[in-house]
Design a protein around this ligand. Structure first.
Ligand code: TYD
Length: 207
């Protein structure tokens, strides 16, 4: 879908920080770009996010979790993404279907095919024009961050899970390289930000 861009990456890659800087850059220049994130991003979707990420919900069934991510995605598309695209704006979304493919399909082991099917139902034609992958191995990311935040259900799952997620992203990229822009995120924050801006400028998003 034209002008719909998603950003993906493993925990601790600096995605939130980089997206915040990008947003400031766009605001200062009056660029017509909407920044949003998943899970959540709109009122009802944020309520679903709280259920998914609540550390008290450790007994949540993996498939239930996959459906909740998809449910949050449907609502967020309706509330934020579709209206913005229809108004001619670009949308940059922090996480989208690829997160479900790798976290639920591969990390949790539900199987990629099942999660792809579920998400086809959820998003229909609303697939990103391209996806930026901030590339940093979990080993590097965990060291940089100084360990996981145990209060967050997703972040408490441990290193092996994140390694599966990272390898999952790599296999998605290998299977469909033209849909991804891979950015090496192992340098300084400034270097990563410069690379992000270069990609978005080259792709015609900063008009
Ligand atoms: P968040 O605190 O927003 O993490 P991050 O800054 O790393 O994006 O929490 C989002 C968590 O939800 C993150 O661990 C990835 C996970 N997630 C999935 O497992 N499946 C999904 O479809 C999405 C969108 C996120």
């Amino acid at each position: 879908m034209r002008n719909f861009i998603t950003i993906e990456g493993c925990e601790g890659v600096g995605k939130t920080y980089q997206t915040k800087l990008l947003r400031q850059y766009c605001e200062e220049r009056g660029l017509n770009v909407v920044f949003t994130r998943e899970p959540g991003g709109s009122d009802i979707a944020e309520q679903i996010r709280r259920i998914i990420l609540d550390a008290n919900n450790n007994d949540m069934d993996d498939l239930c979790e996959a459906f909740l991510y998809a449910a949050s995605r449907i609502q967020h598309l309706k509330d934020i993404v579709k209206p913005a695209l229809e108004a001619g704006k670009a949308v940059i979304c922090d996480r989208y279907v690829d997160s479900s493919y790798v976290y639920q399909g591969l990390g949790r082991g539900l199987g990629l095919e099942k999660i792809v099917r579920l998400n086809q139902i959820a998003v229909g034609e609303y697939m990103p024009e391209f996806t930026i992958f901030l590339d940093l191995s979990p080993e590097f990311a965990f060291k940089r961050k100084g360990g996981a935040d145990q209060n967050d259900r997703m972040e408490a799952v441990g290193y092996d899970f994140h390694l599966k997620v990272y390898e999952g992203y790599k296999s998605l990229i290998a299977a469909d390289p033209s849909r991804f822009e891979v950015i090496d995120a192992s340098g300084t924050k400034e270097q990563t930000q410069a690379k992000l801006r270069e990609v978005l400028a080259r792709r015609g998003i900063f008009k």
